[in-house]
Design a protein around this ligand. Structure first.
Ligand code: SAH
Ligand code: SF4
Length: 392
């Protein structure tokens, strides 16, 4: 456990929950329409005109990707100066950026001092690509195969911090303005750090910002929210966001799932499957993705493949078999490739197409949540070195 992080979360002088620093100008990057309206009022814009100003800001920030108020040529110089006095358009800082030989890009982003999250861009074949965003720093759930699960929850991300992850990746991939036809980020997946359904208000606001047609315009149907199975929030997710649903299943019986995904003890499989069936809009064009991490000798038998097919009967589903990404001291191994293929065969024969997700970016730190702790380790060892040098 990292005590420094826990202390900073409880510290009254820590950055505010909206991610802004006390006494520092607030960044507008990532803000909702309502927040932009409030920002306009704060610098003296008439209430009646605030909505129009917020629309102008919205276009500059989310369509053009503006990083300076000077660019905003349809706003008077005087007003621009007032804005620049009180606000910035700064994005949270990238503390580490890793590019894999396969084109995967992984960013470690500092949201506030000592609070860091990960964002990963995964290019697909052709022109599309998915951005994997975080919804929390750390996670309260302790799935035994997940590295994030070994890290204590530090805090929920704000809507602005979630939307800013997309802006940062767009900056890095140089894909502003949004109308740029060569855009590579075509999909958003909430499969980074944290459990999105434990931060649904902020996740939902962020999706409003990211999907808006006058802004970043990454549609709701191209956005997938992955949950470990927070049953009471599943239907609400669909009603509020209209996004695609992914379920981290990983086991087909309660005994094993209780072990791998301890949240299953609270919401067992039967309840989970019921909640999934009620997901709004479910059908052949809106299927639920079931994620299944392949753990050698744990959940990868062919009997389990058949049990998986039986469990999903009648649910419009896609299956994603994920080769386990080992992390230092992880208690599992990835299934053998032959076994993954044999498992996939059973699933294929039941009518699910190419379910194996190829591992990406293995050369730039593997598992979810790993970059953050690897970089902490590096820094801790640097500090140790410095201390020793100081003592010597
Ligand atoms: N908390 C949410 C979303 C984040 S995890 C959830 O659990 O669904 C995103 C996906 O990564 C989940 O399917 C999770 O099971 C998977 N995952 C976590 N650790 C992994 C690892 N070491 N190897 C492969 N997949 C992993
Ligand atoms: Fe949290 Fe998801 Fe990791 Fe489980 S798999 S510990 S829910 S981030």
């Amino acid at each position: 456990m990292n005590h420094a992080l826990n202390i900073s979360a409880a510290n009254p002088n820590a950055p505010r929950l909206d991610g802004s620093q006390p006494h520092l100008p607030t960044s507008l990057a990532g803000m909702t329409r309502a927040q932009l309206r409030d920002a306009a009022v704060e610098i003296g814009v008439d209430e009646k005109k605030a909505k129009m100003r917020a629309e102008q800001l919205w276009r500059w920030i989310y369509h053009q990707g503006a990083t300076s108020f000077d660019e905003m040529t349809n706003i008077s110089k005087d007003l621009r100066a007032k804005m620049a006095d009180r606000f910035t358009l700064t994005r949270p800082k990238i503390v580490e950026r890793l590019v894999s030989v396969d084109g995967t890009r992984k960013y470690l982003i500092e949201l506030s001092p000592g609070v860091e999250c990960e964002t990963v861009f995964i290019p697909d074949v052709a022109k599309s690509g998915a951005l994997c965003v975080s919804s929390q720093v750390g996670c309260t759930l302790n799935c035994t195969f997940c590295h994030t699960g070994t890290q204590a929850l530090v805090r929920n991300l704000t809507a602005a911090e979630i939307a800013a992850q997309v802006m940062i990746a767009r900056d890095d991939l140089q894909e502003w303005p949004t109308s740029n036809e060569n855009r590579k980020i075509t999909n958003i997946v909430f499969m980074g750090m944290g459990e999105p359904l434990y931060n649904l208000d902020h996740v939902s606001d962020a999706i409003d910002t990211i999907s808006d047609g006058d802004g970043m315009a990454i549609g709701r149907r191209r956005t997938t929210v992955s949950t470990s199975g927070v049953v009471p929030k599943i239907k609400e997710l669909g009603e509020r966001t209209g996004t695609m649903l992914a379920i981290s299943l990983h086991a087909t019986n309660d005994d094993l799932r209780d072990e791998l995904v301890p949240l299953n003890k609270k919401y067992p499989l039967a309840e989970l499957m019921d909640a999934i069936r009620q997901y709004p809009g479910l059908g052949n064009s809106k299927r639920v993705t079931f994620e299944y991490v392949m753990l050698k000798g744990v959940n990868d038998s062919l009997a389990e493949a058949r049990a998986l097919v039986r469990l999903l009967k009648g649910v419009p589903a896609k299956i994603n078999l994920i080769p386990f990404n080992p992390w230092p001291d992880s208690p599992y191994e990835c299934s053998d490739w032959d076994q993954i293929e044999a498992f996939a065969d059973v699933v294929n024969r039941a009518g699910y197409a190419s379910p194996i997700r190829t591992p990406r970016g293995r050369d730039i730190f593997a598992a979810c949540g790993q970059l953050r702790s690897e970089s902490k380790k590096v820094r801790a060892s640097e500090l140790r070195k410095q201390r020793l040098a100081g003592e010597g």
